[in-house]
Design a protein around this ligand. Structure first.
Ligand SMILES: [Cu+2]
Length: 177
């Protein structure tokens, strides 16, 4: 009898989890990336499932003003690791999250890496508080076990003239959980 009640409760909770009010949320605590490993705190980002694509709430600080490439990367690590064969800050995060193996960087509205997000715009004080939309990202729970990376430069959403949007070095990183 009590087993039946427990099973019934689980069924109710399962239904509740499928409603918009209980939509999934995942987040990453972000740290500056350095050649010796993760450094000081730089804020957090939160991904929420919404109709029309995930909403990404950005709460960052201590970053250089201007535009910065911002992506989901493959691995849940912000340690030093190889980038183009040489040890680099946050290199252990690996390449852009690309579950369909497109091999292409095409930005948030393109058909390349699923991890290609809208670029960040950091204000003159080094802070960024904005909400971005990632139209192709649904089911944000799938982002657990990956990471977010912020690059030194902006992002032209293409592999030309420079690969991966041209953002270059990794300046901050957080594991998504
Ligand atoms: Cu990236």
């Amino acid at each position: 009898m009590s087993r039946n009640i427990a099973a019934g409760l689980m069924a109710v909770c399962g239904l509740a989890a499928a409603t918009p009010l209980m939509a999934a949320t995942v987040r990453a605590v972000v740290f500056l990336a350095s050649p010796t490993g993760p450094g000081g705190p730089a804020g957090r980002v939160v991904f929420r499932d919404r109709p029309g694509g995930a909403r990404i709430s950005i709460h960052l600080y201590g970053l250089p003003p201007g535009q910065h490439g911002f992506h989901v990367h493959q691995n849940p690590s912000c340690a030093v690791g190889p980038v183009n064969g040489a040890p680099a800050a946050a290199g252990a995060a690996g390449g852009h999250y690309d579950p369909m193996a497109t091999g292409k960087h095409m930005g948030p509205a393109g058909k390349g890496h699923l991890g290609d997000l809208p670029y960040l715009t950091v204000d003159a004080n080094g802070s960024d508080h904005e909400t971005l939309v990632a139209p192709r990202l649904s089911d944000v729970n799938r982002l657990r076990g990956h990471s977010v990376v912020i690059h030194a430069g902006g992002d032209n959403y293409a592999d030309q003239p420079k690969p991966l949007g041209g953002g270059g070095a990794r300046i901050a990183c957080g594991v998504i959980g």
